[in-house]
Design a protein around this ligand. Structure first.
Ligand code: 5AD
Ligand code: SF4
Length: 358
């Protein structure tokens, strides 16, 4: 069995758990504003006033897994499954590039069969070739064997997001079926890093059964495993999932604040990494992205999947917001003009941390 200690060799720098917990517990508007301001200043100092952007292509909702929180879990029979044709995935990516997206995120449900993994490899190669190597490709395609990760890396993908969902093994086991193995997920994160990807992870914030202590541990865990990127967001109910039945007194406002506090704490702990203001924040509040940036995030990832597929990629309720999706670049431009942050088009937007560590 693989233990945390054997997987991650970097020595653990003892940041006081109690301090992190206290920050996450702040509740008065003044205290929270101060925390966010400090994190935002840190972001401006270390990564500047630029916001990195990636267009997300959710190219298939077919998933072999059954995570208890997720709306597209295998056992949800209400979902109409789709896989975008290869040509369309490539075309959407190239179009996004034409509109100024220097970087795309290819995301789908988890499949490990050869038909799928070789198709993904072809798509990566084509996007690279047809854009003369200009499009940066991030993948979020779940747990795969090392060989598959390596092939995709060699084809041209250079960043990979794999959320740990929670660093608390017991909680992980409560929100997943028995067949979903926490140690395998740790092993995948380790393989990705060894292969040479910029590695991102994240957690679900405010799940039933999760405590603020767990979240403090999560933030320290991210630092311990020396991540390059974090993409995490508040848990949002999907009524056709087993976890929905465990929810008592769901409070969207509390979830949003907890999400923002996690961003701020992570920015303070890891000043030079990429931290995304995720779709879940924007789902809980129409100004979620701005609030995320003002709490220390430096990446936003609008959805660029063709409209016809979107309603079937409902990880949680309310995930689709057409207002920013019809012309994402225009929406972002206005958003960032308003808050005086800059988008520099056509950038990959690698994390300064990755540049330093390599
Ligand atoms: N609420 C918020 N995020 C969710 N995800 C899945 N289900 C939910 C939900 N109900 C997130 C998981 C996963 C990512 C693809 O979507 O963290 O890693
Ligand atoms: Fe599949 Fe990811 Fe949803 Fe889990 S969270 S059921 S792996 S799409």
């Amino acid at each position: 069995m693989v233990t945390k200690e054997s997987v991650f060799s970097k020595p653990f720098i003892d940041v006081n758990h109690e301090t992190v917990r206290r920050l996450l517990n702040l509740s008065s508007p003044d205290d929270m504003a101060q925390l966010f301001q400090q994190a935002f200043r840190t972001k401006c100092r270390v990564v500047g006033s630029q916001i990195y952007i990636r267009g997300i292509v959710e190219f298939s909702n077919i998933c072999e897994k059954n995570c208890f929180y997720c709306g597209i879990r295998k056992n949800n029979q209400e979902v109409e499954r789709f896989l975008m044709p290869e040509d369309e995935i490539v075309a959407v990516s190239l179009q996004a590039h034409g509109k100024g997206f220097g970087s795309i995120l290819l995301q789908s449900g988890e499949r490990i069969d050869k038909t799928f993994t070789t198709m993904v490899e072809r798509v990566i190669r084509r996007i690279k070739e047809e854009s003369d190597g200009r499009i940066g490709i991030t993948l979020s395609l779940g747990e795969q064997d090392r060989e598959t990760y390596r092939r995709w890396f060699e084809a041209g993908a250079h960043r990979y997001l794999l959320r740990i969902e929670t660093s608390n093994r017991r909680l992980y086991e409560k929100v997943h079926p028995k067949s979903h193995d926490y140690d395998i997920r740790l092993q995948c994160l380790k393989s990705l890093r060894e292969i040479g990807y910029q590695v991102g992870s994240g957690v679900l914030i405010g799940m039933p059964g999760q405590t603020v202590d767990d979240l403090a541990d999560d933030a320290l865990f991210f630092r311990k495993i020396d991540l390059d990127m974090i993409g995490m967001g508040p848990y949002i109910i999907h009524s056709l999932t087993p976890l929905a039945k465990k929810v008592v007194n769901y409070d969207g406002h509390r979830q949003l604040n907890l999400g923002l506090k996690m961003i701020a704490v992570c920015r303070l702990l890891m000043p030079d990494i990429n931290i995304a203001a995720t779709t879940a924040l924007q789902t809980l509040n129409p100004t979620g992205w701005e609030q995320g940036i003002h709490a220390g995030a430096n990446v936003v990832m609008p959805n660029i999947t063709p409209e016809k597929y979107r309603k079937e990629y409902n990880l949680y309720e309310g995930k689709n917001h057409p207002e920013e999706s019809s012309d994402p670049m225009k929406y972002l431009q206005k958003l960032f003009d308003d808050i005086k942050e800059d988008i520099i088009p056509n950038q990959w937007g690698d994390s300064p941390h990755f540049k330093k560590r390599t």
